[in-house]
Design a binder for this molecule. Structure first.
Ligand SMILES: Cc1cc2nc3c(=O)[nH]c(=O)nc-3n(C[C@H](O)[C@H](O)[C@H](O)COP(=O)(O)O)c2cc1C
Ligand SMILES: Nc1ncnc2c1ncn2[C@@H]1O[C@H](COP(=O)(O)OP(=O)(O)O)[C@@H](O)[C@H]1O
Length: 259
């Protein structure tokens, strides 16, 4: 689809998230085509597309979405190797910009129930020393689809976190709550036109997420690392349907899930 002419709305979506949102995903950061940083100046962290194939969401429209994301960098070490990295492409050579390269089997994801309100963690997160550690949550804009400008043959999930990082984080476990849709994917007459629209997507995502009913999802337990057993003692309005017990990590490897 070619991009239509005309101005864009400054904010996307209604004032409160509506079904099918929130959609929740989690997965290891894998390698993409390496175009985001080098060609576009906008890095995008890829996670496996497999999360979309479960829970009846395989038909989720391709397009540009916004939400919040967090990173668990503790999985980088266990998922790294100097020889290869799981990849959305056929190229598994290590990314050149980083010494951290993920080498995990990509577990098929399992489904998880839907959620009507943000779920608060029951207990604080702790690092390996036992001290309290709350993951940072980032406003996020992402693309799900075939990147028509590049004519990809595989669908991918490409996530830009609205933050400047000092280093790559391949192998980290990325947790994502998608809260709204911005637009379909388009083909473009030039790379500059694509970059200009992505930059506008970033502004739209930031503004859209600043609305109170969206902002409160920053504190959702899915993002703060509390997924095993959470929900049991929570107030009803904060429970994710009371079915969070089966959600989590498998053998230390991040799994992708979609609500
Ligand atoms: C917010 C956002 C919007 C995007 N919109 C489009 C689009 O409309 N058309 C397109 O071909 N690619 C789009 N992309 C995908 C970029 O082309 C893609 O991130 C880039 O090719 C980098 O891919 P890589 O990480 O595999 O290297 C978008 C990416 C982001 C983050
Ligand atoms: N703000 C950011 N958002 C997403 N990824 C980032 C960001 N800053 C640095 N990165 C890193 O850059 C990588 C993406 O770079 P990119 O050039 O798009 O390569 P790839 O095609 O391998 O995804 C991510 O996997 C992550 O490690």
């Amino acid at each position: 689809m070619v991009r239509p002419d005309g101005p864009r709305d400054p904010i996307a979506g209604p004032d409160t998230p509506q079904p099918p949102y929130p959609l929740k995903l989690r997965g290891p950061v894998i390698k993409g085509f390496g175009r985001g940083s080098k060609e576009l100046g906008i890095p995008t962290a890829n996670i496996p597309i497999t999360g979309l194939n479960i829970g009846g969401h395989e038909n989720l429209d391709s397009g540009i979405y916004y939400g919040f994301a967090s990173l668990d960098k503790s999985t980088i070490a266990q998922n790294t190797s100097s020889t290869s990295v799981p990849s959305a492409t056929s190229d598994t050579s290590p990314p050149t910009r980083s010494s951290n390269h993920a080498v995990i089997d990509l577990e098929p994801p399992s489904s998880t129930p839907s959620s009507a309100a943000p779920s608060r963690p029951l207990t604080p997160s702790h690092d390996s020393t036992g001290s309290h550690k709350t993951p940072r949550v980032y406003p996020t804009v992402l693309s799900i689809g075939y990147n028509p400008y590049y004519k990809n043959t595989h669908r991918s999930i490409e996530i830009h976190l609205l933050h400047t990082f000092d280093a790559d984080f391949y192998g980290a476990t990325l947790s994502l709550v998608i809260l709204g849709f911005i637009r379909p994917e388009y083909d473009y007459v030039s790379k500059d036109a694509l970059v200009e629209d992505i930059r506008e997507d970033i502004r739209i995502a930031r503004r859209s997420l600043e609305r109170p009913a969206y902002e409160e999802w920053r504190g959702d337990s899915w993002l703060l690392g509390e997924f095993e057993g959470a929900g049991a003692n929570e107030e009803p309005t904060r429970r994710m349907g009371g079915k969070e017990g089966g959600v989590g990590q498998k053998d230390g490897v991040g799994i992708c899930q979609m609500e």
